[in-house]
Design a protein around this ligand. Sequence first.
Ligand code: GDP
Ligand code: MG
Length: 439
Amino acid sequence: GLADKLQQTFKKLRGRGKLSEADVNEAMREVRMALLEADVNFKVVKDFISRIKERAVGQEVMESLTPGQYVVKIVNDELTNLMGGTQSRITISSKPPTVVMLVGLQGAGKTTTAGKLAHYLKKQNKRPLLVAADIYRPAAIKQLEVLGEQLEIPVFSLGDRENPVTIAQKAIQRALAYANDIVIIDTAGRLHINEELMQELKSVKQAVKPHEILLVVDSMTGQDAVTVAENFNQQLGLDGVILTKLDGDARGGAALSIKAVTGCPIKFAGMGEKLDALEPFHPDRMASRILGMGDVLSLIEKAQTAIDLEKAQEMEKKFRKEEFTLDDFLDQMEQVRKLGPLDQILGMLPGMGNLKKLQDVKIDEKEIKRIEAIIRSMTKKERKDPAIINGSRRKRIALGSGTRVQEVNKLLKQFTEARKMMKKLQEMKKSGKKNSGFR
Ligand code: GDP
Ligand code: MG
């Protein structure tokens, strides 16, 4: 993928002492190829490369002690700028309700994203109302209602008896009456952009004057996503874009082109089918991710919202003192489970993207119960110092917990893995602090 190619290029650069103009040119040729292959818009690539060259062949860079690093920093900066520089948030109206209208083609992920966004806002103590304004497919209304039920978020629908304009207007009245401070309208899409679709969306816009019109686009469609964004922006005027299925897009072309081509910032990214897989889009973090530096900040932020901070600090102390025990491990599992799919989280760590071992670390409710039983069957001493758990002890523990020796073995292995992983995290945090000038 893009990250691999760029990393190869930069590895070569980093290894150099001084850089010649030819070195920089060669590296930029490789970067250009990698970006084009990733389906980044041609003109965006051209401007990007020329901006980098301008900065990279300067005296300052060529004569610096670590010119390779310097060039990577410039590329990182420019990638960040390309995606809008800083995070773009949605505008919350001072006079509720804030009206958010989601638009886009069929299958882009509008309905799912409506649910995710409502869930995201609810966690921030907002009171969202979902609105089913896709009246052409009965299944679409049902889909939103099911999502609302799962999330315990109200869904306003009038079936397919009323037109989308009336539905949107009545939804806002209902939001006022029930003190819902955010209204999220899920609109209909089509397979292709057409006049009828645009007309309908324009009427809804006209009638309810949304504070945010957000285009939902599928990042997997690459440059098509950019064309769609350009088109919707011209006809409807967009306040931002939500890029879905970024979890499956190894190329990153849409993420890198949309802001530069349309001027519309990406506000959120969909990272999976699950309802908590929506993240605010951070250009700097995306740039680091593309450059293969992992997304440590996102991870830490995610961990902070889910993990009890005091507990986390306590754990950290234990790690430092190497007192982490199986009791702590059990605690940790409970905490990590709250974070969401572990493979998704670990994918953000540098060099851990393809860890095969993750299969072993997957946890579910039943698994936790079993682990708990096993750990509870250990003596205090064993929990503190798992190294003493030999074959006969393993047999006894298995018997006591109603499990098999293999399961005890598996747990002990997981524990060792977790310990290693936490160590790695600790080290990363330390080195992250040292290099903070780099970001
Ligand atoms: P709509 O027609 O625009 O309303 O699209 P839907 O919300 O019905 O989504 C279409 C499909 O895309 C569904 O199968 C979703 O589960 C899937 N989907 C939506 N967002 C994401 C995402 O961020 N990642 C992945 N992997 N799938 C997604
Ligand atoms: Mg839909």
